[in-house]
Design a protein. Structure first.
Length: 81
């Protein structure tokens, strides 16, 4: 059996780059956007018409609001430690 040194086996691969490459353009749907450009509203959906009763988050549908409440605020939901 012929063994090739480890440095020779990888010579055909392109060199690794440490800088991640970003796509030239990235589309972000309106549903994924949040905030209004202020620090106070970072991560808060401002366009929704269904307000969570326990926080400042807003949602496009009542179902989305209910799911948010179930997983974020429901005191009866089991939480892993």
């Amino acid at each position: 059996q012929h063994l090739t040194p480890s440095h020779a086996r990888h010579q055909s691969r392109p060199p690794l780059t440490l800088t991640p490459t970003m796509p030239e353009t990235m589309e972000i749907t309106a549903a994924a956007k949040s905030g209004d450009g202020t620090v106070v509203n970072v991560g808060i959906k401002m366009e929704g018409s269904h307000q969570c009763p326990d926080c400042r988050q807003k949602f496009e549908s009542d179902k989305a609001k209910q799911l948010h409440w179930k997983f974020i605020h429901d005191p009866n939901r089991h939480q892993e430690d």
